[in-house]
Design a protein around this ligand. Sequence first.
Ligand code: C2R
Length: 160
Amino acid sequence: MSAPIPWRTAKIFIYSPLLKEHMVDVSVILGSASDEKIAEKVTAVLDEYGVSYEIKILSAHRNPEELRKYVKECDAKVFIAIAGLSAALPGVVAGLTSKPVIGVPVNVSLMGLDALLSMVQMPSGVPVATVGIDNGKNAGYLALRILGLLDADLKKKLEQ
Ligand code: C2R
């Protein structure tokens, strides 16, 4: 049996090479610990570019009050929300913040089309930038591009 992943057991795990008083660039929210494989694809990209992030397992369906409090208080510049099935999570996050929200639909059933359509079909004014099914990598790269608007060094790295 492999060792448990720290953020799965601890519920929250903060990684940051440049940690400044708990501030992180990206918040990665999972609807369930069962989405961890997709979250690993996101964090591999963020790690490669030395971007700080925080991982939280919070479901809009199961923990609505906790999610609201977290999003309202979070200092991250970009949110990545990962969810399968009836994936309300990214849309709810987008309704709670004016920051960019990237949605990653997870293939749990119906080939992930349920989650994809749920994220893509947001009402106007509440966008979720939805990447492909299970495509955690692109969520990471899109977050880097957004952060690159504020960080000349990161932008340069992305252009290399
Ligand atoms: P469990 O394995 O915990 O039953 O979760 C999760 O993202 C996961 O892919 C199964 C699937 O349910 C999803 N889930 C959501 C939300 N909460 C959990 N889509 C939500 O709030 O949107």
